[in-house]
Design a protein around this ligand. Sequence first.
Ligand code: ASP
Length: 584
Amino acid sequence: MYRSHNCGELRSAHIGQSVTLSGWVQKTRDKGFVIWVDLRDRYGITQLVFDEERSPAGIMEQSRSLGREFVIQAKGTVIERASKNSNIPTGDIEILVSEIQILNTSMTPPFTIEDNTDGGEDIRMKYRYLDIRRNPVKDNLIFRHKVTMEVRKYLSNQGFIEVETPYLIKSTPEGARDFVVPSRMNEGQFYALPQSPQTFKQLLMVGGMDKYFQIVKCFRDEDLRADRQPEFTQIDCEMAFIEQEDILNVFEGLTAHLLKEIVGVDSSNFPRITYDEALKKYGNDKPDIRFGMEFGELNAVAQHKDFNVFNTAELVVGIAVPGGASHTRKEIDALVDWVRRPQIGAKGMVYVKCNDDGSFKSSVDKFYNQEDLALWAEKTGAKAGDLICVLSGDTHTTRGQLSALRMEMAERLGLRKPDEFAPLWVVDFPLLELDIETGNYHAMHHPFTSPKPGHLSLLETDPDAVRANAYDLVLNGNEIGGGSIRIHDKETQATMFKHLGFTAEEARAQFGFLMDAFQYGAPPHGGIAFGLDRLVAILGGQETIRDFIAFPKNNSGRDIMIDAPAPIDGEQLKELHLKLDEQA
Ligand code: ASP
């Protein structure tokens, strides 16, 4: 028997008992006549004590040979500590050790395995198995487990069945590139790894499964972006015989359950906003609504004077930064520089200070009088003491820039509180999105999304106006889930493919199986998928999804611990019928 108890378990009530513990040596303190060792496992830390008076002969010497991260077994008696440590649950006791056995030695670890470590990100990634011994990482993994357990519990109780779908498939378009796997047995042919189980879950509905879910890995070969993982996990769901309203209700239920069980927050409020409204009010389709600073459009009150910058702009729009009037000239200049950085790309920023006495001081006083500025304040909801920041230009770009500024100011003002949760449904997404470079339309969600009833005919005449029964669930400014009601008849699906630029042959070759299935009694259906990694990070009050993944890839998509991706040898290439350029 390696242990009678774990290292987080023993309390005063155990005093006098003989116990056996196993774990890692975190730290040794040698005072000469007495030696303490902190023994660690997943459950906590227990202090071992060796002393000249009470310990058996020879054991003091033996304990001096213990290095950091040695794996040991210790037998002894639970005794009361002379000086108690109220910071740890086992702090009232220690183990007077009578016998130790070294189960394994350890090299000196490349960084300290404590809550606060001296190890940088790269070294900790390379030795991830050591990093996992640290509480912050270990606790995140346990937290993730709790979330997935609650998801499974909730959905199972609602009658959902977890079904596994294959990983070696044919492309399912979700807007990214596929990772492909060469087939050894079929020369020149490739599987694609799923970007999502989208088509399979729809086929499960045709198969009558009615309510499906799966906690599933998805793979997307996207360009590098901070905090994106090429493989990530979705809570993927689909239901038959439902309308959008049913889906929103069920998954509000799931989200509320998680908020309650995991973070102890009651949330009955899931406001809804249309995509168009979200863009107008917040400049993006995943607004953080924990704080105000809603956009005020100023065209009507700013385009009547000689200020050409505004007169030639498609959109003039501002936000009121609470308390911002106290910014010094220098601070405002820095803010202007911030919006002009290439990442944001604004040409400049007009500002208005709303003074406490009700007067205004602006950067465009030459053009606008106090009455004009009072109207700006009204439109942006600015109060005395606020700073109105105004950007202008074409609608799409300007909204994006002001949205970035809004988030930045909220961050600086501490308004993005990690323990406050504000879910929001964004509904009525456009069905199509124009690719400015190619001039082609592509599906905003994916090609299986149904246009709103009555909108199908608009595809010919006004494609931009077509709205879909598509929805996103947003939490604190992050899209945590998205889905849609699907097309379930062959004709509509064929029309959709046509509008997306597929020839009938291409559509047949790629999605014939789905269109065939639609001919055998496909029920009306729809679904949603949540990004589990992001959801867990947000519930955990953190931003980085990597911290909640046991073995993540770095920002270049590499696993630096196992050193992947890596070349494969010539034999393997040959077997797979692959030739690299230089060998061709
Ligand atoms: N397959 C979609 C996605 O991965 C989700 C859905 O439509 O259910 O975003």
